[in-house]
Design a protein around this ligand. Sequence first.
Ligand code: GLA
Length: 378
Amino acid sequence: MSETLVRELFIHRFGVDPTVVGVAPGRINLIGEHTDYNDGFVFPAAIDKVTYIAASITDGPSQLFSEQVGEGEGFDSASVVPGKLNSWSKYPAGMAWALREFGQLPNLNVVVTSTVPRSGGVSSSAALEMAFGVVWNKLAHLGLTNVRLAQLGQKCENGFVGVNSGIMDQMASAMGKDGMAMFLDTRSLEIEYAPIPRGLSAVLCDTNKPRALTDSAYNERRSQCEVASSILGVPSLREGTMALLEAMKGELDDVTYRRARHVITEDDRCVAFKQALGASDLPEIGRLMKGSHDSLRDDYEVSCMELDVMAESAQGAPGCVGARMTGAGFGGSCVALVHSDQVDEFVNETLSQYEKRAGRTGAAMTCGFVEGARILGG
Ligand code: GLA
């Protein structure tokens, strides 16, 4: 899977060389879940599961073909509006809709190929958005920064796709750095890059349970957070504290209280995780990751049987430092930090426990951390 392959696929499909090839990675999140739309802290990394797109300008309409999922609906980049598309084309079309206030946007012939698992909780959609972002940025000479492309990717999700997501996934895909995870303040968009301790590997453990009914449940969680912050009298839960939440407990119903408790404690865990990672404090890393999973399961209620079984199987497997669900939840994947020399034993034991207890076959892969979205070959 490479730049060469996507070029060949393009030539096969359209009979000419593509003008540009762009690439954008998926992401894992080490900790800081469901905090980004609360102005809080997250700790993702761009991973070596990536989406390539090869493109050329056409008189139109935009025509898209994915090696993995086939043809997408065609659309006119200059006029497409929300609510018209159902296929995976809604992500590129949503980017066109968000980008076109910055300049005239040409229609494109495009071939996509990707190693980002779909429905795996590693943000194949953000990878697609950011790959289209860098390609249009180049072909339409928009001159936008990758941070701006990430903001427009979030706008595409919120205003075109209809998911009120935060900015973590697009920032991770746009701003990844080779060998680094990134501690991101989602309010200021400041990034502190940090490696994981030497001798550890990040392992993605996919439950193979596709994420289901995610959008409505996700939007509901976000609304609950907004209700909580307005009752607490803070601009966002970022400004909330456990002391304030406890003082106001009588004013919140049980569900709203628990949603707020997750976000407030998760922000604290994310900050503590940064310290623990810097100090290579492995027991603390493990404790914080478990704390995050438990809080997502019990207070935020975005886990599911498969994610719980995968996290527990991973936590008990040889070489595991810490494990938790990653991404929005309701299916998808767990992330584990594992001693590199024990990855094989870890994977065998985790997957065999998972299969025994969940009655489903999982999959596991190590993830390297890579550069964010960019144009390849000049
Ligand atoms: C999805 C969203 C992100 C973030 C995570 C949960 O991946 O796209 O913005 O909210 O869920 O942390």
